[in-house]
Design a protein around this ligand. Structure first.
Ligand code: PRP
Ligand code: URA
Length: 210
């Protein structure tokens, strides 16, 4: 069974509260998504391999370390975009591969509308990022596409999940570590996470229908 990590970091919990707040407007919402993504990534990246090197400081040689593997970031469009861009600031050398999936409002099935995974994968460890894990359909489909492409070391980073989504993801991809800021109680009749935060894409990009 894959590992499930739910952060208890005070900064993550503080920012998440502001993110959930219905009064938070898109500009602040986007900033919070960025900050949360960076904090969560720092936790999820705890086991990245390092390679030793010597760096010269103004005073002396210093035994040091640098990241020793190729990192891939895969935002699930569109809500994952803000997370990937924020993480890229921490690891600017990472590869970013976009996957476009939306969940059909009637069937709740994930529909893939953008996939530009070309050539042979050259990523050592891949972080799939999407704020919301609801039924788990989108994440499960995205991970299957990435494995088909050739990736073997995958991690999923989400801000809020429902137990239903975690169960579905763990059943389909028991090898993928899941990192979350919060695990909520349930899905409502429209498969929205409760209490959740509403529609993460709409709230980031100001497209909430009235
Ligand atoms: C949201 C969210 C996930 C998906 C989660 O995207 O960002 O990708 O729903 O739901 P699931 O676990 O039931 O598949 P949405 O389909 O609303 O697309 P958007 O990001 O373009 O708004
Ligand atoms: N997608 C969202 O943006 N929010 C939910 O609660 C469920 C799916």
């Amino acid at each position: 069974m894959s590992t499930l990590s739910i952060s208890s970091h005070p900064l993550i919990q503080h920012h998440l509260t502001r993110l959930r707040d219905v009064r938070t407007q898109p500009a602040e919402f986007r900033l919070l998504v960025r900050q949360l993504a960076q904090l969560l990534f720092a936790e999820a990246a705890h086991d990245l391999r390092l390679r030793p090197e010597t760096v010269q400081t103004p005073l002396a040689d210093c035994a040091a370390q640098r990241l020793g593997e190729t990192i891939g970031l895969v935002p699930i469009l569109r809500a994952g975009l803000g997370m990937a861009e924020a993480i890229l600031e921490l690891v600017p050398e990472a590869q970013v591969w976009h996957l476009g999936l939306y969940r059909d409002h009637k069937t709740l099935q994930p529909i893939t509308y953008y996939n530009k995974l070309t050539g042979q994968a050259t990523i050592d460890v891949c972080f799939v990022v999407d704020p919301m894990l609801a039924t788990g359909g989108s994440a499960t489909a995205a991970l299957a596409i990435l494995k088909e492409w050739g990736l073997t070391r995958l991690k999923y980073l989400g801000l809020i999940a429902a137990p239903e989504g975690v169960r579905a993801l763990q059943a389909a991809h028991p090898d993928v570590a899941i990192h979350l800021a919060a695990l909520d109680t349930h899905l409502n009749e429209h498969s929205y996470i409760v209490p959740g935060l509403g529609d993460a894409g709409d709230r980031q990009f100001g497209t909430q229908a009235i």
